[in-house]
Design a protein around this ligand. Structure first.
Ligand code: GAR
Length: 218
């Protein structure tokens, strides 16, 4: 089967992009990275892409008169590269319904919370303020409303008594770097189907019944 041609859209440091690059460089990966696209000219992720010999392009949103014009340029570039799946990885621009509908079921995102909890920014600060015992991350297909869409993979990450937003962000980021390549591998292997806005995964294995935090182990 031909490899799935993907693009990764970034705005910043690109550690999730790196996790996807690393996955695609493994022998049995069913996806290949055709393009990294940044809307920020000096994004650190662009250096990582260059280091990995992945082609990259910057489309600076500030150079466009409107969100629509910017997105048209992005879509044209993606289509010129025959992109089959677009992966948002710390891409910090809101996308219009037109763009999202154009790429429907071909556009995925990673978000640093267990959606639908803590949509938007400052997820870790808000999780700490609420006193929840678990947070995590979510890889999902993108729909027009911010941080919504059929969920592919989630990781639950415990919150520890001494956590601040930085320590928690680091722990969640480690989980992100597992979740995103895993979700991509499932899509590339054609194991995901969206039915009634839920994702069915062929051969999915369930984890154990429950994790407690604090644990009841003595
Ligand atoms: C990641 O934590 C990602 O989940 C988050 O931005 C960070 C990007 O880091 N994305 C969002 O908050 C999108 N709503 P990275 O550039 O090192 O991958």
């Amino acid at each position: 089967m031909a490899k799935l041609k993907i693009a990764i859209l970034i705005s910043g440091r690109g550690t999730n992009m790196q996790a996807l690059i690393d996955y695609c460089s493994t022998e049995n990966a069913a996806a290949e990275i055709a393009l990294v696209l940044s809307n920020v000219r000096d994004a650190v992720g662009l250096d990582r892409a260059a280091e990995a010999d992945v082609p990259s392009v910057t489309i600076d949103h500030k150079q466009y008169a409107s969100r629509e014009h910017f997105e048209d340029a992005v879509t044209k570039t993606l289509e010129d590269h025959d992109i089959q799946l677009v992966c948002l990885a710390g891409f910090m621009r809101l996308l219009t319904g037109t763009f999202v509908d154009h790429w429907r079921d071909r556009l995925i995102n990673i978000h640093p919370s267990l959606l639908p909890a803590f949509k938007g920014l400052d997820t870790h600060e808000r999780a700490l303020a609420e006193g929840v015992r678990f947070t995590g991350c979510t890889v999902h297909y993108v729909r027009a409303k911010m941080d919504t869409g059929p969920i592919i993979v989630q990781a639950a990450v415990p919150i520890l008594p001494d956590d601040d937003s930085e320590s928690l962000a680091m722990r969640v980021l480690v989980a992100e770097h597992r979740c995103y390549p895993y979700a991509l591998s499932l899509i590339a292997a054609r194991k995901t189907r969206i039915i009634g806005e839920k994702v069915l995964i062929d051969g999915a294995q369930a984890p154990g019944p429950a994790f407690l935090n604090p644990t009841d182990d003595t």
